[in-house]
Design a binder for this molecule. Structure first.
Ligand code: FES
Length: 217
């Protein structure tokens, strides 16, 4: 596992930083997180602290990933053996143990998204970015494409997750528009691209449209 972290799960060459220290913004977030747990239970902060470390890397480098020295910093802060943090960071897909582009495109291709056109979304991403494989980064360093399993938003499939945001009801044209905006430095509003209200049916809600369902007194 340690070799995997050191060399990159995709076998790509990249440099592991030799130093990582939480900055003021991260330290302030960490204080709030750890205040939620009773003494002796700080290990429960593993996931949030890894997110904080990944967020700091995004702020400082433009790439949201967690180098090994950042995992070590999390372990140190929580008083845990580093291996226990490595185990967590390498288990969950939302933690990137290798560098990613400024915009991490996470494409759901599980059955509901596939039935609703995820192949078109994938093709549009490949065409726009020039990326051929998975977990590869575009030549301009802006985009990384990763295939993911169900994101839990099937009702508005197909879903394209960009960094931490879900773009829903996607198709090829909407995908190209979104990527072009990101390339210009704009971040379009996430959510349904066809104006659905949360997860209502296409065309609008069909039930509970009035308060008349309340029982008569
Ligand atoms: S199958 Fe894509 S979000 Fe569930």
């Amino acid at each position: 596992m340690v070799d995997n972290i050191a060399n990159g799960s995709a076998g790509k060459d990249f440099v592991q930083p030799t130093h990582f220290a939480f900055d003021d913004e991260s330290n302030s977030e960490i204080e709030k997180v750890l205040a939620k747990y009773p003494p002796g239970k700080q290990a429960s902060g593993s996931l949030p602290l890894l997110f904080i470390a990944q967020g700091q890397m995004r702020r400082q480098t433009g790439s949201a990933w967690i180098p090994r020295v950042a995992m070590d910093a999390v372990a140190h802060r929580l008083g845990m053996p580093p291996i226990r943090i490595y185990e967590v960071a390498t288990f969950y897909l939302m933690f990137n143990t290798t560098p990613v582009g400024r915009y991490h495109l996470q494409l759901c291709t599980t059955t509901p998204c596939w039935l609703r056109g995820s192949d078109d979304v994938v093709a549009a991403c490949r065409k726009f970015t020039g990326i051929e494989g998975w977990h590869e980064t575009s030549a301009d360093g802006l985009f990384t494409m990763t295939e993911v399993e169900c994101l839990g938003a099937c009702v508005n499939a197909p879903i394209l997750q960009v960094n931490d945001d879900f773009y829903e009801d996607m198709d090829a044209a909407r995908t190209e528009e979104l990527l072009a905006a990101l390339k210009r430095g704009e971040v379009p509003k996430p959510g349904s691209m066809i104006g659905r209200m949360t997860s209502a049916p296409e065309g609008g809600p069909t039930t509970l449209t009035t308060l008349n369902f309340l029982p008569a007194e």
